[in-house]
Structures are given as C-alpha cells and as structure tokens.
Write a new protein. Structure first.
Length: 134
C-alpha cells in the first residue's frame, strides 16, 4: 500500500484536484471559488492588476519608465483606480497597432498560400485517380 497523502478539498471532503485546493465540483461553482483565494505563487496579486477597478479619469502623457509615470501610477493606486489607462502614452503606443496589423496581414497571406497548395494537391490526386476529367 502506498504512503501517499492526498489533499482534501478546502470546501468539502472530496479529493482536491483543481487550483485553490478545491475539487472539480467546488472549483466549477463560482460562488465557492470566490470564497478561496488562489494558492499559486504565480497568481496576479497587488493593487490594480485586475480588471475590477474603474479606469482612471484621463490618460497620462508621461513616458513609460519615467519618474513622472511612476508618480502617476502611485497616485492611481492610492486613489483605488486601475493603474493603466488604454490611452496612456508609451514608447510603443503607435507601434503595437501597426505590428498587430502586420501580423494579421502576414497570417492571411500564409493561410491563402496553404489553402492554394492544399487545393492544388487535392486536384492532382483526384485527377490521378480518374475522378476528374482532364
């Protein structure tokens, strides 16, 4: 017989097999899950890291990484609002949308090339099998 000790659910007597030390049934129930905080060392913790805070009134023009930006973030944390505003200026503010659009365009081109190669191969196979007139 094995000497393995199995963890029990923090909410009921069943075996725990999900995060937060809960069983499958308790983890699936959102009300029960909300009662037990995450036990993961990688969980997002701290002020302003979740989306449950209200957005700041207006974006800042302070450059990312500057002391001015650090002061703005500290003031936002003290006020209890989200640390980051979608309109905040940053080094990559104009670069990211262009980069994402470039990736989307490249993916469309790759997808088109794959589809074209697939249909060409399919056509050649069917032609070789005599299922399509030539």
């Amino acid at each position: 017989m094995s000497d393995v000790i199995r963890a029990r659910c923090r909410h009921c007597p069943r075996l725990a097999a999900r995060p937060r030390g809960l069983c499958f049934g308790c983890h699936k129930d959102l009300a029960v899950r909300a009662m037990y905080p995450s036990t993961s060392k990688f969980a997002r913790r701290g002020v302003g890291v979740t989306g449950s805070y209200a957005l700041p009134a207006e974006p800042t023009t302070a450059a990312a990484g500057s002391w001015e930006k650090v002061g703005v973030l500290a003031a936002r944390a003290e006020a209890g609002v989200c640390l980051f505003h979608p309109g905040d200026s940053g080094v990559l503010a104009g670069v990211i949308p262009a980069f994402v659009e470039g990736l989307a365009q490249a993916k469309r081109q790759v997808d088109y090339g794959k589809r074209r190669a697939y249909y060409k191969e399919l056509y050649q196979r069917r032609k070789a099998d005599g299922k399509r007139g030539g």
